[in-house]
Design a protein around this ligand. Structure first.
Ligand SMILES: [Zn+2]
Length: 344
């Protein structure tokens, strides 16, 4: 009789803790990633000023580098002794900065003529795309000693063939824009397709940039309230922060700093590079990257995050309920014990 009662109590406790466990809201980490396009063009002063914001704020940045912007140039243009190339060389060991590849020449239809899209790659044959991407990758590796694993298609426009070429070349991340994203997401195994949900204004005026930053704050709030999305990618072009004379406009650069502070002040947000290798915040880089690699698409990232959290929660709950059960057994014995010996 007593054993039966004990078993009944134990089952009740296990059931109770199981219900408690499944009723817990699962908290996923929220990641914000910045992407700077067209690195290699424009003023060194602006590039330095924008990068300095990321250094001061300790917020990573993926630099989308154009390997061969001068179509008439020969050889590896990134080895040319330019101030931008020398500057890029000086920051390559800083873990805040990811060196990603932004096309090859970043010229519309420069590879072969004929495709109607505003794109360097879309519509081009596989061999043509493969050779251009490989050359760009090799140029970045030759100049800076790092092999890019992230590819950003110029004008946020490539095609399925681009993904196949990238995969064959060992790329694992393709970051594009909203128009292309739904067509290419989850189409090729081994390469994650993501989109920049925010793109700061590039018209050049302070007011337009300010307005786009204000809109970005609203998009950020929506992202933070969306349980199905754990990554927000913010794209910008460094030349959007230029003054009319080509130098950096301090007021515009301040808008970027303000936006980063706004994101920080919202609470639990981690910052990462597109390759996820440098995640800043309370979590270690290794933990963050293991949770985010080998997945494709944002939904996959979100679900892997959920699995990670629940796998941490489950053993904890089990230990807790076991502990409570043992404590109840002991207290039951303590109450019932003397009566048992008295009865005997
Ligand atoms: Zn571009």
């Amino acid at each position: 009789m007593r054993t039966l009662l004990l078993t009944f109590i134990l089952i009740l406790i296990m059931l109770f803790s199981a219900v408690q466990s499944s009723a817990q809201p699962v908290q996923t980490k929220k990641y914000v990633i910045f992407r700077d396009d067209d690195v290699g063009l424009g003023s060194l002063k602006t590039l330095q000023a924008v990068n300095q914001v990321h250094i001061d704020e300790n917020v990573p940045l993926t630099l989308a580098i154009i390997p061969h912007p001068n179509v008439n140039g020969t050889g590896n243009e990134l080895l040319w002794n330019t101030s931008i190339n020398n500057y890029l060389k000086s920051i390559v060991t800083n873990p805040l900065f990811e060196f990603a590849q932004h096309g090859y020449t970043h010229q519309n239809n420069s590879l072969t003529s004929g495709s109607g899209n505003p794109s360097e790659f879309a519509g081009e044959p596989l061999e043509v795309q493969y050779d251009a991407i490989r050359q760009g990758r090799d140029d970045i590796r030759g100049a800076f000693g790092v092999t890019p694993t992230t590819f950003v298609p110029p004008w946020d426009n490539g095609d399925l063939t681009t993904l196949v070429a990238l995969r064959a070349l060992g790329f694992t991340e393709y970051c594009t824009g909203g128009t292309e994203f739904p067509h290419l997401k989850d189409r090729v195994n081994g390469i994650q397709v993501e989109r920049a949900a925010i793109d700061f204004d590039i018209s050049g005026s302070y007011d337009a940039l300010n307005k786009s930053v204000e809109e970005a704050k609203k998009t950020t709030d929506q992202f933070l309230n969306d349980p199905n999305n754990d990554t927000l990618i913010v794209g910008y072009h460094l030349w959007a922060f230029n003054a009319p004379d080509g130098s950096a406009d301090a007021r515009k650069v301040q808008l970027l700093r303000d936006y980063i502070d706004y994101v920080k002040n919202t609470g639990e947000v981690q910052f990462a590079r597109l390759d996820r290798s440098a995640t800043m915040g309370t979590e270690t880089a290794a933990a963050a990257s293991s949770g985010l690699t080998n997945v494709s698409g944002i939904s996959a990232v979100a679900s892997s995050g959920l699995t990670k959290v629940s796998s941490v929660l489950t053993p904890y709950k089990m230990w807790l309920s076991s502990g409570v059960a043992v404590a109840c057994l002991f207290s039951f014995e303590w109450v019932v014990g003397p009566k048992k010996s008295a009865r005997k």
